[in-house]
Design a protein around this ligand. Structure first.
Ligand code: SF4
Length: 374
């Protein structure tokens, strides 16, 4: 019997319901998205390909303290300015998943750096939209967080045409040339609810404003938020594994709070507080932002199983099969050395007792449409 059919039978009560101490609802999808997997893979492979060279990464490769710390321990140097790279000519610099402005690309070239661009293709898509609309004479209202590296990078594509909108209160101070030549774009990791509020306000202020060709909020952000919206209401607590610098992780805690369930954003198991489980019978949703490594999630589950006799139910909500190729410059370097770029080397591990403290029962929580039976 397939995992999906077993899950559906449990959901109908044909298998016994688990009763124990704490109940963990481990939602899927969670954690690494395709863009983060690709970006981490890039730095990993660059380290293997160029042993003995100092590899620089412009900004945090992804917004997670553990990912950054693990690379630092392997000798990677993270910089916030290309001018901080000593004797840059011929050195390798990797651009992070959040993307860069053309000015940074130009500076890398002036300094003679060898650039490998790990920008997520879904961020590049927003850059391309910005360039296209600016060329067509549109003013662009970019919904997002002004200081986020992604927004800084996108704004740099057309600085004269783009204005950032963080909240509806920003709308009266926008400088609009022609309300019929306006389009909005969004940061990829916004809360879909918050973005909708701002988009509605923009439509009221500028009825002719154009939508982007498709949503700029990416599939991974949308899916992880959907999981929280769906499962948080049946839980006493939501644990989001991720760093405070991770926009999509912070959004998950906000969405849980909006659904009426308290949420904690934790980097790792060391931040778990026993006071969050006063009865020892709480139902806890565990999820992770798109840049959080899965081993940190496993450690948290293992701790809860060991400390509170937790059982794990894995709730499958959406299947994800998005995969991005390594950047062209890296693929060429690998091929030159006789190596095959191949598919991503990072995948989601199985929930085993060894890793997570218990084997998960899997419940198929997807809406019934196009459900595979194989
Ligand atoms: S969260 Fe979305 S846009 Fe950001 S790296 Fe992941 S897939 Fe790309």
């Amino acid at each position: 019997m397939s995992r999906w059919r077993r899950g559906a039978r449990r959901a109908r009560g044909e298998f016994p319901t688990l009763t124990s101490g704490v109940k963990i609802i481990l939602v899927h999808p969670r954690g690494f998205c395709a863009g983060v997997r690709m970006a981490i893979d890039v730095v990993d492979r660059v380290l293997e390909l160029f042993p003995g060279q100092t590899i620089h990464v412009f900004h945090e490769i992804v917004h997670n303290t553990h990912v950054v710390g693990r690379f630092e321990r392997r000798g990677v140097v993270f910089v916030d300015s290309l001018d901080d790279i000593p004797s840059p000519a011929g050195k390798i610099v990797v651009f992070s998943a959040h993307g860069i402005s053309p000015a940074v690309r130009r500076r890398a070239s002036e300094l003679g750096l060898v650039a490998i661009d790990a920008t997520c293709p879904l961020v590049t898509k927003v850059h391309s939209e910005a360039v296209r609309y600016a060329r067509q004479g549109y003013q662009i209202l970019l919904i997002g967080h002004r200081d986020h590296q992604e927004v800084v990078g996108t704004s740099g594509e057309a600085p004269d045409a783009i204005q950032v909108v963080e909240r509806p209160e920003d709308i009266p101070s926008l400088r609009i040339r022609d309300p019929d030549q306006l389009v909005y774009l969004t940061q990829t990791t916004l809360s879909t609810d918050d973005a909708e509020v701002i988009i509605d306000a923009l439509r009221r202020a500028f009825p002719a404003i154009k939508d982007p060709p498709s949503s700029d909020i990416c599939y991974a952000t949308t899916n992880r938020q959907h999981a929280v919206r769906k499962v948080a209401p049946e839980c006493d607590l939501v644990l989001v594994v991720g760093s405070r610098t991770s926009s999509n992780s912070v959004r998950l805690t906000e969405i849980a709070a909006t659904a009426g369930t308290p949420a904690k954003l934790i980097d790792d198991v060391s931040e778990l507080d026993p006071a969050w489980f006063p009865t020892g019978r709480e139902t806890v949703m565990v999820t992770a932002g798109a840049s959080a490594p899965e081993d940190l999630v496993a450690d948290i589950c293992k701790d809860l199983v060991g400390r509170h006799g937790a059982v794990i139910e894995q709730r499958e909500l959406v299947e994800e099969d998005v995969e991005f190729h390594l950047p062209g410059a890296l693929r060429r370097a690998m091929v030159e050395r006789g190596l095959s770029p191949g598919p991503s080397r990072i995948s989601m591990p199985l929930v085993t007792a060894d890793r997570y403290g218990a084997v998960a029962l899997t419940i198929d929580g997807r809406e019934a449409r196009g459900r595979p039976e194989a």
